[in-house]
Design a protein around this ligand. Structure first.
Ligand code: HDL
Ligand code: ZN
Length: 419
């Protein structure tokens, strides 16, 4: 006998409980297992200097970026704590996130004692802390960002010290190939690939070999790139030629999606380093053209600009080989998450991936998912309530089915790992 939720309050309680209890498959992060050594950032002295807070710090401080970045991360953390938490109320999303994470870790946030937090992190084993964070955040697994052009990370993979922990899945990130082929050509040449900056047939074939070899090594769930607002397709460019001649055939043959994260203007203020990137409105037509021309390929897509979100939903309605995902980076703020989650449910039903954490510091999983779950539950309840008022009732089983699709199964099916 199916138990339908006839009452608004019971429905709201059921949605909140399902959203809280359903594990998420976090499909885009910058987190690594402990075997990757210093690539894994964790603890309050990595959490505070995270580049989102750094950017905000420079708005209050007379310190130059050069002076700040010459300091130890402990010194950076103390300066950020004073400026963004003590001298000004920590109401920005990145500031509130630190407080949420510390609160969920059962610290006395109100004591405002940075050294008390440090005491815990100085004594906890990183493996135990990984377990605690995944449990607190209710995260089933994270997809890493794996960059063969990062010297430290490449060594981990070449020395096959990489982890077999099923909570850490790979994604092959190849920005340098598409964004700076001339410089990347010399690096691939140095790694034994017969390539030149000119895209000869041999060079294109060797780029494909590079991709196949790293796909074989990493077993990535997808191949990813971040692209600027100027990204166009079709266009007469090396980027378009490599996409058509290498990325599209290689991802189709290996059966993995091509993830395009579009809208970042890299280093509009280079002095801020990782915090120096900006955002710009993109041409969604490029995604429509690729999805239409290559119907046998699958595309994970996210846009960085709020102004692209409605067009992106319409494009996804036209191409079922496009899967919209996440509230990326400057989109990952409550006011915007609320807006685009409602927009996506209204235009796409439950056929999208509402969020990824993009966590760069392990501890961020706790707050990024706590904040997003709260908003997604609110919006989802509103949509169920709208149909309840027509007489269409949903059961707890159906609510849990929908939430599991949104939090993991849509992604797993799209990348082909759904058992
Ligand atoms: O390119 C990306 O994957 C972005 O997410 C950048 O890493 C960005 O700096 C970031 O950390 N966003 O949250
Ligand atoms: Zn990212």
């Amino acid at each position: 006998m199916t138990h339908y939720l006839t009452d608004s309050r019971a429905l709201q309680g059921c949605v909140k409980k399902a959203v809280r209890e359903t594990p998420v498959f976090d499909m885009h992060t910058h987190i690594y297992p402990p075997q990757f050594g210093e690539l894994l950032l964790w603890g309050v002295d990595d959490l505070l200097p995270y580049h989102y807070l750094g950017a905000e710090f420079f708005r209050y401080s007379s310190q130059t970026p050069e002076e700040f970045f010459s300091l130890s991360k402990q010194q950076q953390a103390e300066l950020i704590w004073e400026a963004l938490f003590v001298d000004h109320s920590p109401v920005s999303e990145s500031n509130r996130g630190v407080l949420t994470a510390l609160n969920k870790l059962r610290f006395d946030v109100g004591a405002r004692d940075l050294n008390a937090f440090r005491e815990y992190f100085a004594n906890v084993a990183v493996e135990d802390y990984v377990d605690r964070v995944f449990e607190l955040a209710n995260v089933e697994a994270v997809v890493m960002t794996n960059d063969p052009f990062d010297d430290k990370e490449r060594q981990v993979w070449l020395n096959s010290k990489a982890s077999s922990d099923p909570r850490f899945r790979a994604a092959l990130r190849i920005d340098p190939v598409l964004m700076d082929w001339d410089r990347s050509a010399s690096r691939l040449d140095g790694w034994g690939y017969r390539v030149t900056s000119l895209l000869t047939e041999e060079t294109l074939s060797e780029i494909s070999r590079f991709l196949y070899e790293w796909i074989e090594r990493l077993k990535p769930l997808y191949l990813a790139v971040s692209l600027p607002p100027s990204f166009r397709y079709p266009e007469e460019s090396k980027r378009a030629r490599i996409i058509e001649s290498c990325i599209i055939p290689v991802t189709r043959k290996t059966g993995i999606p091509f993830a395009m994260m579009i809208g970042v203007n890299k280093l509009i203020n280079p002095r801020l380093g990782q915090a120096g990137d900006g955002v710009g409105r993109c041409d969604v037509g490029a995604v429509e053209a690729l999805a239409g021309k290559f119907p046998d390929n699958r595309f994970l897509v996210t846009f960085l600009s709020r102004e692209n979100q409605h067009e992106a939903c319409v494009a996804a309605r036209k191409f079922s080989n496009v899967m919209l995902f996440g509230c990326w980076w400057f989109m990952n703020n409550p006011s915007i998450i609320r807006e685009i989650t409602a927009e996506r449910l209204e235009l796409l039903g439950t056929s999208f991936v509402p969020q990824h954490s993009d966590a760069r510091v392990l501890d961020q999983l706790i707050y990024k998912w706590s904040h997003s779950r709260e908003i997604i539950a609110e919006i989802l309840f509103e949509k169920y309530e709208d149909i309840r008022r027509t007489g269409w009732l949903v059961s707890e089983k159906e609510v849990r089915r929908d939430v599991k699709n949104l939090f993991s199964d849509n992604f797993k099916r799209f990348v082909g790992t759904k058992e």
